[in-house]
Write a protein that binds this ligand. Structure first.
Ligand SMILES: C[S@@+](CC[C@H](N)C(=O)[O-])C[C@H]1O[C@@H](n2cnc3c(N)ncnc32)[C@H](O)[C@@H]1O
Length: 311
C-alpha cells in the first residue's frame, strides 16, 4: 500500500453520522455537505466537491455534470466518513492523500508537511539561480514530501539534487513521489540538516525548515494539529532550525553559490541579520503574494571561512 492510500482509507471509527450519503442525488449530497462544512471551512463548496470527487474518482467539472445521479451505499458511506473527519478539522490533503505543488500531484501523509502555495515563491527564487544550461548541483534540506526538490528537478533536468530529511517516514513519501513522477535526478539522504552534505560543494541550497515557536497558539488552528510537530516547531524561539541551516550551509556552498530559506512572516529582520553575520553577500528578502515577508537568500562570494554567527 503506498503511503498516500494508507491515509485516505475511510477508517471504521471515522463515523458515518453526518447523515449525508446513501441513496441521495449527488447534487443534494453536495448541498448538504456544504451546509455541514460552513462553520469549519472558508471553502465549504470546494471542500465538498474535492471530497466527493475523490470518492467517485471524478474531477470537479465531471461531478457537476452528474448532479442528478444517485450515490450508491458504498460511495455514500465513504463520503460521509470523510466529511465527518473534515468536520473534526482534518486537512483536505490528508483526506485525499494528495496536494498539488508547482503543478505536481504530490502524495502527502501525516508524516509530511502539506506543501504550501507560498513555498512556490522559494522555487521561483531558486530557479533564477539554477540556470538550465549547466550541470549544477543543488540540495534541499528538510524536504518533507519532496515538494521543493521535485519542482527543481522537474524544471532543471540537468541539475542533480540531493534532498534530505531527519524523518525516515517523510523520506519514504518523497522517494515515492519522485518515482511516480519519473524524476530520476533527485537523490534522497537521511540525516540532520547539513550533515547529509559532507564532502560536497553546492551551487544552491534551499530549505523551508520548521519555524514556529513551541507553544504558539496557531498550532491548535487551521489543521496544524494534524501535521507533524517535527515539520513545524523549532524550539522556544522558532528560530533554531533557521539558525542551524544558515550557519552550517555556508561551508557547503561553492563560491558564488546561493542559500535560499523560507521563514515566518515576523522573522524577516532576524533572518536577514543572521545571513549578514554569517558573511553572505547579495542578501535579499522576498515577499509572498499577500505581501508578507516570506524568505531570504544570500550568496557565498568569499572562499574564506567567516566568523560564527551569534546565537
Ligand atoms: C516545514 S517542513 C518543509 C517540508 C517541505 N520542504 C515543504 O516545503 O513542503 C520542514 C521539514 O524539515 C524536517 N526536519 C525537521 N528537523 C530536521 C533536522 N534536524 N534535520 C533535517 N530535517 C529536519 C521535517 O521533517 C520537515 O520535513
Amino acid at each position: 500500500m503506498s503511503p498516500a492510500t494508507e491515509d485516505t482509507e475511510c477508517r471504521p471509527d471515522s463515523g458515518t453520522d453526518t447523515g449525508i450519503g446513501t441513496g441521495i442525488k449527488i447534487g443534494h449530497a453536495l448541498r448538504d455537505a456544504r451546509t455541514l462544512l460552513r462553520d469549519i471551512s472558508t471553502t465549504p463548496q470546494l471542500d465538498a466537491e474535492i471530497l466527493l470527487g475523490h470518492v467517485l474518482k471524478a474531477t470537479r467539472s465531471r461531478l457537476r455534470t452528474r448532479l442528478d445521479e444517485h450515490l450508491d451505499a458504498d460511495h455514500g458511506q465513504r463520503f460521509s466518513a470523510l466529511l465527518a473527519r473534515r468536520v473534526r478539522g482534518e486537512p483536505i490533503a490528508h483526506l485525499t492523500g494528495e496536494r498539488e505543488f508547482w503543478s505536481l500531484p504530490l502524495h502527502v501523509t501525516r508524516d509530511t508537511l502539506i506543501p504550501r502555495p507560498e513555498t512556490e515563491h522559494l522555487v521561483e527564487v531558486a530557479l533564477v539561480h539554477l540556470t538550465p544550461d549547466r550541470d549544477l548541483r543543488a540540495a534541499d534540506l528538510g524536504t518533507g514530501s519532496g515538494a521543493i526538490a521535485l519542482a527543481l528537478a522537474k524544471e532543471r533536468p540537468r541539475c542533480r539534487i540531493l534532498a534530505s530529511d531527519i524523518s525516515q517516514a517523510a523520506l519514504a513519501v518523497a522517494r515515492d513521489n519522485a518515482r511516480r513522477l519519473g524524476l530520476a535526478n533527485v537523490e534522497f539522504r537521511h540525516g540532520h540538516w547539513c550533515s547529509t552534505l559532507s564532502g560536497e560543494a553546492f551551487d544552491l541550497i534551499t530549505s523551508n525548515p520548521p519555524y514556529v515557536r513551541r507553544g504558539d497558539a496557531r498550532m491548535k488552528q487551521d489543521g496544524l494539529q494534524f501535521e507533524p510537530e517535527l515539520a513545524l516547531i523549532a524550539g522556544e524561539s522558532g528560530l533554531e532550525s533557521l539558525h542551524t541551516v544558515i550557519t552550517q550551509a555556508w561551508r557547503y556552498l561553492r563560491v558564488g553559490g546561493m542559500l535560499v530559506v523560507e521563514h515566518g512572516f515576523d522573522q524577516a529582520q532576524t533572518v536577514f541579520d543572521l545571513f549578514a553575520s554569517c558573511g553572505y553577500d547579495d542578501i535579499t528578502a522576498y515577499k509572498d503574494l499577500a505581501g508578507l515577508p516570506r524568505g531570504v537568500f544570500g550568496r557565498r562570494s568569499s572562499p574564506y571561512t567567516v566568523r560564527a554567527a551569534p546565537r
